[in-house]
Design a protein around this ligand. Structure first.
Ligand SMILES: Cc1ncc(COP(=O)(O)O)c(C=O)c1O
Length: 403
């Protein structure tokens, strides 16, 4: 039995079975390359599901984490720390937001939005505003509140009762949104690009209409930019493509470049929405995570990664369109910047296809069950994209069909 086989056997014995990982154990990574316990190298164009904004173990990020670990790793939120102040300021400088709250994950950021909305309206004397409007096919996380906002029943199975007061409308259906927002609505939340749902981009009409409806009816508008933020779509935040500003947005995934970090960024209107004692997170905003966040921003600027995401995102979209036109195993492409999806045809077996991609040495993930998601590091090169697309092309030319 090889060392890797041994580790896979142990994993099944000691790890909870809530994941179904590919059958290899990753041990090292640099840039877009990762190595498994048998020494096999893979090209990673999954970007850790939109997390690895600057690639695996970027030397500047690794050094910043090491230096900060040696200087100050954690203080409680009873005390200020320099790194959290610097990172909050950097985020406010780059976005229309005026205050930042730090946490550790996307779900936690969305929980914070839920609590912020309820507490804000409560403190405004509008105590009946406790409900939320979300979109079908959305993904907002797995904790109870975030799960309750998630518009996919498969994730709800066996987990009810969920947080009450959430209704769902079809994504991009402005008439449905118009009908759903009432004087009981605390907030409307959606992703500018539904990512886990299969890479579906919001329409301008929907985004602008949502802003107008929320303003007219006194509801808050929230964007979940956990997967789309921090340059992923070729703008610092995806909302810039729509020229729309929500009252608050959630961030996570790419903002720590692989270090656990989440955030909720709010406009001045909500600056006092969570008064002292109303919300907290032990690790939220700790100096180590915030040093990672600062290093990620530094690398994004130094290496021109937003521009790279825009340019190579357009290149990737073009290459995928070409592939799609040629192959019978695909049924369209969609995306924004370096968050792209290639839709598999109905008769193609998505699980077997992605397993074949992994076996060929390329790391990609599925979104929405039948869409191959390509969300590489923002510092991916054209040569790496070409290399990955050649592997994908060869597999899709003879894609495994459904039994
Ligand atoms: C848009 C969106 N929101 C929220 C989450 C949940 O984030 P986390 O897994 O860090 O809790 C995800 C994760 O995939 C996501 O894509």
């Amino acid at each position: 039995m090889t060392r890797q086989d041994d580790m896979l056997r142990t994993a099944k014995e000691v790890q909870l079975g809530n994941y179904a990982p590919a059958p290899f154990v990753l041990t090292h990574g640099l840039g877009r390359r990762v190595t498994d316990a048998s020494g096999r190298e893979y090209l990673d164009l999954s970007g850790g599901i939109s997390v690895l904004s600057v690639g695996h173990s970027h030397p500047t990020l690794a050094a910043a984490i090491g230096e900060q670990a040696a200087r100050l790793m954690h203080v409680s939120n009873i005390f200020y720390n320099d790194r959290a102040i610097e990172l909050a300021e950097a985020i406010c400088t780059r976005t229309p937001f005026d205050r930042v709250y730090f946490c550790n994950s996307g779900s936690e950021a969305n929980e914070s939005l839920l609590k912020l909305a309820r507490r804000y309206h409560h403190d405004q004397g509008d105590e009946k505003r406790v409900e939320f409007v979300s979109t079908l096919n959305s993904f907002h996380g797995r904790t109870m509140g975030a799960l309750s906002l998630t518009g996919q029943t498969k994730y709800h199975k066996g987990m009810e009762p969920l947080v009450q007061g959430v209704s769902f409308i079809d994504f991009n259906d402005l008439a449905a949104l118009d009908a759903a927002v009432t004087d009981r609505t605390a907030a409307v939340i959606f992703e500018p690009v539904q990512a886990e749902g299969g890479i579906i981009v919001a329409t301008e009409e929907f985004v602008h209409g949502a802003r107008r409806i929320c303003d007219e009816r006194g509801a808050l508008l929230f964007f979940d930019e956990i997967q789309t933020g921090y340059g992923r779509t070729g703008r610092f935040l995806a909302q810039e493509w729509f020229d729309a500003v929500p009252d608050a947005c959630s961030l996570a995934k790419g903002i720590g470049g692989g270090f656990p970090l989440g955030a909720m960024a709010v406009t001045e209107r909500l600056a006092d929405g969570l008064p002292p004692g109303s919300h907290a997170s032990t690790f939220g905003g700790n100096p180590l995570a915030c040093a990672a966040g600062l290093a990620v921003l530094h690398i994004i600027d130094e290496e021109g990664l937003i521009e790279n995401a825009r340019t190579l995102g357009a290149y990737l979209a073009g290459r995928l369109t070409e592939l799609d036109a040629r192959l019978s195993s695909t049924a369209g492409t969609r995306g924004l910047g370096l968050l792209q999806g290639l839709v598999l045809a109905d008769d193609v077996d998505p699980g077997a296809t992605i397993a074949a991609v992994h076996a060929a040495g390329l790391l990609l993930t599925l979104a929405g069950g039948h869409v191959i998601r390509i969300s590489p590091s923002l510092n991916v090169t054209q040569a790496e994209l070409d290399e990955g697309l050649a592997i994908l092309d060869a597999i899709l030319a003879d894609a495994p069909r459904k039994p």
